[in-house]
Design a protein around this ligand. Structure first.
Ligand SMILES: [Mg+2]
Length: 123
């Protein structure tokens, strides 16, 4: 079954923001199960990668025919583990993403990168 990407129906841009109560729910889920002991940086990095693989699996046989509900679940898994990693390392998502965007903007100046997908060292 072909699934619409949802981009058009939602105006093209969605905000990425998690409510504090959602973050607390993720933390409580872990604490209630005494799973902090397993949340080493290494285990969380592996888990993010594994869940990203499950997300990619949704598109294994087709770029356009995918199960949107399954994509939502796997994307949520990635995000939950990313939040766990932020907590484990004491990091702020806005801070680290903005620091990285500063670097990305320097590596990919609009005048060189606009309209192509070349890596920065090929620009
Ligand atoms: Mg999963």
């Amino acid at each position: 079954m072909k699934a619409d990407s949802g981009r058009q129906e939602h105006g093209g841009h969605q905000k990425f923001e998690m409510k504090q109560e959602t973050i607390e729910r993720i933390r409580k889920f872990t604490e209630d199960r005494d799973w902090e002991q397993f949340h080493t940086p290494s285990n969380l990095a592996k888990s993010i990668s594994i869940e990203a693989g499950e997300l990619l699996e949704c598109f294994q046989w087709s770029d356009t025919d995918f199960d949107r509900e399954h994509v939502k679940e796997e994307l949520a898994d990635v995000i939950v583990y990313c939040q766990n990693m932020l907590d484990e390392l004491g990091l702020d998502a806005d801070e680290i993403v903005n620091a990285k965007m500063d670097k990305n903007e320097a590596k990919y100046p609009v005048e060189k990168a606009k309209g192509n997908a070349l890596k920065y060292d090929k620009l």
